[in-house]
Design a protein around this ligand. Structure first.
Ligand code: NAP
Length: 251
């Protein structure tokens, strides 16, 4: 593949929805930076699969919850692949499922730090590099919100739902701010998707419990979220910015 390929940076690209975005992005012609925080093996396997398919990809470790690491993430992506034209903010955490009065406030803070402040810091760095205002070539950004942003996740993780509602209004506001600078910013709100995140919340049985009650009566696959994300990144969505797209089986 050519060195002139557009570069896609996927935070949290090693597993789940981010990994599906990385794989599909490579199929659609992007050179892909697969960011991860701790699971190097998972990131390497996404990179290996992309390379086996003839694509370009690099695994890049950085904690997106630590703003100081984010400039390095972009510098390394540029050095190894080129200027970032597309960004998917998929890195996220949920915390341990519980009623709010029982939640560990340090776990709540870590969730806000990554899902809100971290996502904003990554987006800020992307804007500074993409914006035509600063001589950049423009770009497209998609943020991973959640159906939780409007459902509230009572009894499970209301702080996570609140972090996702923050992402929604951030997406709408910043999209308007950079609309004239060649950058589109959109978000998707996935519903119940088959990834490790439910087990991370200490509730691996969640999917089986909730799926039958959804209008479509099933959970979704990471690929079913990656497809609309790749559309939002593409020129087919050239007039779409500040949109929040529900991908949640009718919920
Ligand atoms: P997942 O399977 O748990 O994967 C999480 C990914 O984020 C991993 O690649 C992980 O890297 C990375 N990550 C975690 N902390 C990070 C940090 N501090 N810095 C950089 N990367 C970090 O999650 P998922 O289910 O795919 O979720 C992806 C996004 O979709 C999240 O924002 C989530 O809130 C949202 N979402 C998920 C669902 C769902 O049902 N799954 C529904 C709605 C929204 P390592 O591999 O190194 O740990």
């Amino acid at each position: 593949m050519s060195k002139d390929q557009p570069v896609l940076l996927v935070t949290g690209g090693s597993r789940g929805i981010g990994a599906a975005v990385a794989r599909l992005g490579a199929q659609r012609g992007y050179a892909v930076a697969v960011n991860y925080v701790s699971d190097a093996r998972a990131a390497d396997s996404v990179v290996a699969a992309i390379r086996a398919g003839g694509g370009r990809a690099e695994a890049i470790q950085a904690d997106c919850g630590k703003p100081a690491e984010i400039r390095r993430l972009f510098d390394e992506t540029e050095r190894r692949l080129g200027q970032v034209a597309a960004l998917v903010n998929s890195a996220g955490r949920i915390g341990k499922a519980s009623r709010f009065e029982d939640a560990d406030i340090a776990d709540v803070a870590a969730t806000i730090d990554l899902n809100v402040t971290g996502l904003m810091a990554v987006t800020q760095e992307a804007i500074r590099r993409m914006s035509t205002r600063f001589g950049g070539g423009g770009g497209a950004i998609v943020n991973l919100s959640s159906a939780a942003a409007t459902l509230g996740s009572s009894g499970e993780f209301v702080w996570y739902a609140a972090s996702k509602a923050a992402i929604d209004i951030f997406t709408e506001g910043v999209a308007r701010e950079v609309a004239a600078d060649g950058i589109r910013v959109n978000a998707v709100q996935p519903g119940l998707i088959l990834t490790d995140i439910h087990a991370s919340a200490g509730a691996p049985e969640r999917v089986e419990r909730i799926a039958p009650n959804l209008p479509m009566q099933r959970a979704g696959t990471p690929e079913e979220v990656a497809l609309p994300i790749l559309w939002l990144l593409s020129d087919e969505a050239s007039y779409t910015t500040g949109a929040i797209l529900r991908v949640a089986a009718g919920r």
